[in-house]
Design a binder for this molecule. Structure first.
Ligand SMILES: Nc1ncnc2c1ncn2[C@@H]1O[C@H](COP(=O)(O)OP(=O)(O)O)[C@@H](O)[C@H]1O
Ligand SMILES: [Mg+2]
Length: 265
């Protein structure tokens, strides 16, 4: 893992909101790297700055202090960059137009391609992507977003990622609006994106239990500052900060995950 190229290298990255006396750092001097092909989790309670960090990495919020490199260089222009770095959000309904069918909207993903594939190829690629996220193309393609469940919509967002095949995916709380069963299937989809496409994934969550299930490394964020970072095993077995221990107390299914990893060791 260590000899892999860093995809992101962030040094003292800061982002402020508000003016004058109300100005505050939502992201405060964050230094970390994200390596090629890894799943890195950003973990912290609500309001800790996770989404701000995601938005800074996507160039949706400015960098007020510090520096960010992408693939060893300064950040490319946004249009080029967004072909390489994509994001899935907490609310999948907001990412789809309610008035168009799923198939039509997945078809639009090909607009990001340098050359649009033929109609037959696009149909085949859409069907493959839907199967990758365990959706039945014949059942879902002609539906409208409002006819789909939250779990199906989250999987559709990931089907779009299978189509676009960005180098990096930033997934901001992709499991927080869905039921427990759908949550596990989303984690499986993220793992197959890494396995099949060697995608680099930033998984953002308030639940360190979910982070533990899929990530190699974790960054723990509190009030905009990184309080702790390390491999998932280091953090689970030897958390250094009370805050991390508190997150662990409130996590889903963490005891089982820790026991399993103790058995592995
Ligand atoms: N656009 C914004 N303008 C002003 N304050 C914001 C904005 N977005 C987030 N904040 C504030 O910044 C802090 C971090 O928010 P956020 O990054 O959304 O945290 P998280 O995703 O961990 O819940 C919070 O105090 C939040 O209220
Ligand atoms: Mg958030």
């Amino acid at each position: 893992m260590c000899n892999k190229k860093p995809v992101f290298k962030a040094i003292n990255l800061s982002c402020y909101y508000g003016q004058g006396r109300k100005r505050f750092a939502a992201l405060d001097s964050a230094t970390f790297t994200v390596n090629e092909g890894e799943i890195l989790s950003i973990v912290g309670e609500s309001g800790s700055g996770k989404s701000t960090l995601a938005q800074v990495l996507l160039q949706l919020q400015p960098i007020h202090r510090g520096h960010l490199q992408f693939m060893g260089e300064n950040l490319p222009a946004k249009k080029e960059y967004w072909k390489l770095v994509q994001m899935v959000f907490q609310n999948p309904y907001a990412a789809f137009n309610q008035f168009f069918t799923i198939k039509k909207q997945l078809n639009e993903s090909f607009n990001l391609f340098p050359k649009r594939p033929s109609a037959q190829e696009t149909s085949q690629l859409i069907n493959e992507a839907l199967r990758m996220v365990s959706l039945d193309p014949s059942e879902i393609s002609s539906k409208y977003p409002f006819e789909c469940s939250g779990g199906q919509m989250q999987r559709l967002l990931l089907a779009r990622i299978f189509l676009i095949k960005p180098a990096v995916l930033i997934a901001d709380e992709p499991t927080s609006m869905i039921d427990a069963c759908s949550r596990h299937s989303i984690l499986d989809c993220l793992l197959s994106l890494k396995r099949e496409l060697n995608m680099t994934i930033l998984f953002i969550t308030h639940d360190i239990g979910f982070a533990a299930k899929i990530s190699n490394r974790m960054v723990v964020l509190r009030r905009g500052k990184i309080v702790e970072q390390g491999t998932t095993e280091q953090i689970l077995h030897n958390p250094q900060k009370c805050y991390t221990k508190q997150l662990m107390e409130h996590a889903s299914g963490l005891r089982k995950t820790v026991e399993r990893s103790i058995v592995k060791v």
